[in-house]
Design a protein around this ligand. Sequence first.
Ligand code: GTP
Ligand code: MG
Length: 197
Amino acid sequence: MKITSAEFVISNTDVLKCPNSKLPEYAFIGRSNVGKSSLINNLTGKKKLAMVSGKPGKTRLINHFLINKNWHLVDLPGYGYAKVSKTEKKKFQRFIESYFEKRHQLVNAFVLVDLRHEPQPLDLEFMQWLGVNAIPFSIIFTKADKLKPKAAEKNLATYQEQLLTHWEELPPYFVTSSQTGQGKEDVLNYIDNINQS
Ligand code: GTP
Ligand code: MG
């Protein structure tokens, strides 16, 4: 799929105020700093569409973008940001959960994980939660440019092994880099195929 238009629509803290539309929606979620906003910019080819920062916790709102006038892409705040209070974390968690529970337009969640790190309990728990709530998801491994191909392969195999202790089947997954554009076409084609079906 070629992205011909990508426009910011609205930012929200309340899922009930998100666009009242029937368009299919794809959400990008994962730990703070994993590269959600960067990937969105890379996918859409617009460098400044979503706000990127080296400091975790940049995205604090549910951000809707309209793509090719026929689907929504959603940039969500990262979970698991260590430097906020417990109360703040709980508040955030509830806010993210309510998005997933109430947003019936959601077709697929992309859970982003940093390919450099071992599987983290928080990410695995989040995928588990999506599974329990019957929310379709796929995994996007990010920052592949920061690893040599051999190390990337090794980390991928470790991740798959871990997933198979929780799941009977692996969810679809993509290895990406917002810096080199690796995996971009695969993610876009995946979305396109779902939109066409
Ligand atoms: P929050 O909004 O804080 O949850 O973060 P986020 O997941 O949206 O991450 P963001 O896109 O803001 O990127 C965080 C940092 O990682 C920035 O410094 C990016 O430049 C860097 N980064 C993101 N993706 C990549 C990538 O593929 N390769 C490299 N080398 N750096 C990346
Ligand atoms: Mg962000």
